[in-house]
Design a protein. Sequence first.
Length: 327
Amino acid sequence: TLFRSRVAVTGGAGQIAYSLLFRIGNGEVFGADQPVILQVLEITPAMQALEGVLMELQDSAQPLVQDIIATDDANVAFKDANWAILVGGKPRGPGMLRKDLIAANGPIFVGQGEAINNNAADDIRIVTVANPCNSNTLVAKSNAPDVPADRWFAMTRLDENRAKAQIANKAGVTSAEVTNVGIWGNHSATQFPWFDAALVGGKPATEVIDDREWFENDFLSTVQQRGKAIIEARGKSSAASAANAALDTIRSIITPTPEGDWFSAAVYSAGNPYGIDENLMYSFPLRSDGNTVSIVEGLELSDYAVSKAKASEAELQEEREAVADLL
Ligand code: NAX
């Protein structure tokens, strides 16, 4: 069946969108036969740059793209949208603390939450990329009371993909062989890329790579600090890999998860079976039946893993404090 999706993307003139928009237009996410309408939001000063991106989108002549709407009005961007990919936000400036970034971005997500609430289609689902993505999503969600809690996702898939790549590299296999990696907590340096249940070619990763020291030190810090390493190498933050992870996230949400495996994204934590604070956007291992996404139950966490998961929870609680007046 044809399902014409209206896909709203914010931050359309930015570097992630420069990869994301074209790949959505290619049919990589919603299907090679599924038409899409792109609804792209920018701030007024970036509308000229966005115009250039639109010209390039037109010049790509992608058969699935039925229409492209460019706007600086969130009510227009989210009108009847089936998906909203929230990429736009204020970047972290020099000397800016995480707390300052949260405070600077909070108000943006109040307005976007309201605009989603008032305009989006009934089946709207939201994936937030813009940092701090967990707390931005919490703010937007709090300002969109009519949108069910299970529609909101904040992206930790790039972290998952980075973790898989590190394990694959160490084991000398391709990433496709690595499954059951889970990201717990915040998309930040406190995230916990959980490796205890990870499999390499179906065997425990911790047996294939018999080096706990590596997992707890090099692996953990490489994944946690990867964003920074890319900025140092490239002079700009990760963009193509971030767009790729956003597409992976959507694909995982709308596709039944392979038997026994899981994927990660931050979801609203109410009712989670792991004793995490119930009012956070917190990343857990998830499964989808192709429509509904749920937290994987019954995973056994070591004391070490619990302490890591709790540390990230504590950071998210602090972030929530910083935006308390917007919730
Ligand atoms: P850019 O600075 O290149 O683009 C951001 C765009 O957002 C700009 O064009 C800006 O004008 C626009 N914007 C700002 N406020 C807006 C608003 N209120 N409405 C609509 N658009 C608005 O950043 P880019 O490299 O594309 O990164 C975008 C976001 O992704 C950043 O917040 C970044 O921190 C975050 N990331 C998140 C990742 C994740 O794994 N969750 C990884 C990659 C990336 O760092």
